[in-house]
Design a protein around this ligand. Sequence first.
Ligand SMILES: Cc1ncc(COP(=O)(O)O)c(C=O)c1O
Length: 416
Amino acid sequence: MRAAHGPGHNRVVTDQTTAPPAGARVLPRRLSLPDFPWDSLRPYRQRAAEHPGGVVDLAVGTPVDPTPDVARRTLAAASDAPGYPTAVGTAELRDAVIDWMRRRRGVGGLGRDCVVPTIGSKESVALLPLQLGVRPGDLVLHPRAAYPTYDVGARLAGARPVPVDTDADPSTWDLPANGPVTLIWLNSPGNPDGHVLSVDQMRRIVAWARHAGAVVAADECYAELAWDEPWAARGVPSLLDPGVTGTGADGAPDLSGLLVLYSLSKQSNLAGYRAAFLAGDPELVEAVTQVRKHAGLLVPAPVQAAMAAALGDEEHVRHQRETYRRRREVLLEATQAAGLVNDPASAAGLYLWLSGPRRMSALDLVGAFAELGIVVAPGDFYGDAGAGRVRMSLTDTDERVAAAAARLHATDLFRP
Ligand SMILES: Cc1ncc(COP(=O)(O)O)c(C=O)c1O
């Protein structure tokens, strides 16, 4: 048993290191993983469920609006799929990804060898370090306030996860001396904090990474959900933007050492389909694809077809964005009225990143929300940077969001 250290996702649980007595079964040997954080919310969910007006669940961030017709129709039409799908994905899907990256992300110059579909993007966050050959002793950097799976993925590869302030210049990062940085995770727009990295910020990080010999992987799954300027009008920049990557003699982006993860879960309500992709440096994509082939990590053929169709349709994404914009405005106004403060740099994404009065810890805030029948996630699920904060997602129905807003307008639980 190894000692637990610190709250949230840095905590390490059981790790059987002592030899078992002769004849005793050896497996399962537990990996050194954090507790699954959502399990600890159960008492707060129960409390919230007692509210006479019913529960409003703004904790997990799972989409609740219908899957668009274009995806459902295409999935059904592709349901006769007796043979194995290929790991690299159909030409139709890869072309749809390339076209979407050009149209929506301003990234040209991708060939079919620069993209590969994945079974949702969480599996990539968890497995990319292993798939790229990250080893014990390596350092894997990730944002300070972060989706917990960056930490988990580094641990699965035996490496050391190191939270850094990815908003700051990399020259200010305080890194352990013992080990090479081999992988740097960026997440823009960020979960949970909604921060967006500019072209200049990412260019500096890429230059630093290339100098250090590290790969940069950017998780951009909230890129279509920008609320504040300049991002709403201009779009959230991609790691593969030519202003970040630099260009070669042919004017194409220099993709070396760079990968983007993208997911259709949020923009297209396809979380149940597990539909995502990787795009970037063909050498990295090829290394990942080799492992995916050997491990049978294949995106089902009907899902590949549905993904290609969804990527080709912008109307449903526009509609979903407006739905989230409305819910965000309602929740922003109501939380402010209750005395809570959203992170002023939270400009995009699917969450409010709220702090309350100084006296209230993250769990105090979760408890107060539960009194109102509202479930939110404590900030320390996302690392030490989340102390005194909660994450509120925009993913319950309009009717439930309106109910939450009414309760927030009527409460003084968050007053100093
Ligand atoms: C930052 C981030 N990355 C990846 C994922 C995983 O998404 P999916 O596996 O549905 O593609 C999520 C889900 O909430 C997320 O917030």
